[in-house]
Design a protein around this ligand. Sequence first.
Ligand code: FE
Length: 208
Amino acid sequence: MIDSTALYQLSYGLYIISSSYEGKKSGCVANTLNQITSVPEKMSVTLNKNNFTTSIIEKSGYFTAVVLSKNVDMSMIGTFGFKSGKDEDKFKDITYGTDNFNLPYPMENVTARFTCKVVKTVDVGTHVMFIGELVEAVNLSKDEVMTYAYYHTVKKGVTPENAPSYQKPDENKGWRCMICGYIYEGDILPDDYICPICGATADKFEKL
Ligand code: FE
């Protein structure tokens, strides 16, 4: 048997993975960053094939990752997790730095940053796993790091459909944001309601 809810017991952190190619910057939220070897230091990250960021990493051969702290602004998760870099420059309204490889990384409410040079790309079906050799690693703050569990239970965050850990919700009551999937648990959705995850207005919600 497969009880998919057992997968909820896995622990993860939450990261923003970015890259740039020919002046085009992109980034996305991921919970799939891991250190996989120590000599040399290598990391992996697994991203959906449909993510714009994935195509930018494939072209540039590099990615950066920042570790998000518990203080992270949910609007930043909305920008990097639920919008496409195809349509807009996700970095336009946020404070970001650039590493020695000229890749962008968000600077606010992050605890560390990494830059990896891709040494292997593995097709895993819906997603691509990038294996990278670590070329930069910097501690940025001593804030507490965000865990995936904290994001769900305290921040009331949701998982976008293109994440490897996405599971279809039990849809029975309330209203669902058609942009990000956030569920408002209540019979009446206020007209001036704004999605706490992606900033969508009430007309973007559908009744369940
Ligand atoms: Fe939303």
